[in-house]
Design a protein around this ligand. Structure first.
Ligand code: 13P
Length: 252
């Protein structure tokens, strides 16, 4: 069965509620939101999540949190739980984004517990993986990324594999304007799919969507999205501009 393309926008620490509403108005001038061919998922900051996910036009898109705490509730000042994200009418969550790994010291064992918590909270997690420039230049990048996939999924329940999405985001391509070449990205996506087929089965591996992220823009998206193992994009900077983000939809 063909994998449905996902075009996701990670707004990171940008956008107030009002800016998000303006974004929605502009974005909806480009596309009939009730008729989108791709799955479009936006990851706004937590402060805007409930307002936008429950907006009249916003509720025609899908929404997610950029992170969640590994526990379901408790004394964790400043943290956000999976059930709280669900409570905003959001169905998705990013786990293990490279900025969480590098700036907030998140490691594979914590990421694995967060993946589990996402499923237990009835959220669809996107497990983010990717090598640093040093790891690419040392030639270790295939092993590094396979290890992140295997360890991140260490406690992932088999019954939830149909809810799993993976995003390959080479750290050196995030926010730098440098994109992996379509061939390099395809090679890594194929490698991730082979890793999944060793972990599970070939049928499961070929059903899991693997997104590319790292300086995706309308100008480079067509050649990336044309690769057989690339099932869409996780877009940072270009997703903040509703016109640019809109231009990423409908690319064939
Ligand atoms: P950029 O598209 O700004 O490079 O960010 C990618 C990213 O980190 C998406 O999660």
């Amino acid at each position: 069965m063909a994998r449905k393309r996902i075009v996701a926008g990670n707004w990171k620490m940008n956008m107030t509620i009002e800016e998000g509403r303006n974004w929605l108005r502009s974005f909806s001038r480009h596309h009939d939101l009730a008729q989108l061919v791709e799955e479009v998922i936006i990851f706004p900051p937590f402060t805007a999540l409930a307002a936008l996910a429950n907006d009249e036009q916003g509720n025609l898109l899908q929404w997610g949190g950029q992170n969640l705490h590994e526990a379901g509730a408790g004394a964790y000042t400043g943290e956000i739980s999976g059930p709280m994200i669900r409570d905003c009418h959001a169905g998705w969550v990013l786990v293990g984004h490279s900025e969480r790994r590098t700036l907030f010291q998140e490691q594979d064992d914590l990421i694995s517990r967060k993946m589990r918590r996402a499923i237990d909270s009835d959220l669809q997690p996107i497990l983010c993986v990717g090598e640093t420039l040093e790891e690419r230049e040392s030639g270790q990048f295939m092993e590094v990324v396979a290890r992140q996939v295997v360890r991140g999924l260490a406690d992932f329940p088999q019954h939830a594999l149909d809810r799993l999405v993976i995003a390959y985001e080479p750290v050196w391509a995030i926010g730098t304007g440098k994109t992996a070449s379509p061939q390099d990205a395809q090679d890594m996506h194929q490698h991730i799919r082979e890793t999944l087929s060793r972990l599970y089965t070939q049928a499961v591996a070929s059903s899991i969507r693997i997104l590319y992220g790292g300086s995706v823009k309308p100008e480079n998206a067509a050649s990336l999205f044309a690769c057989p193992d690339i099932d869409g994009g996780l877009v940072g900077g270009a997703s903040l501009d509703p016109d640019q983000f809109a231009a990423l939809l409908g690319i064939r």
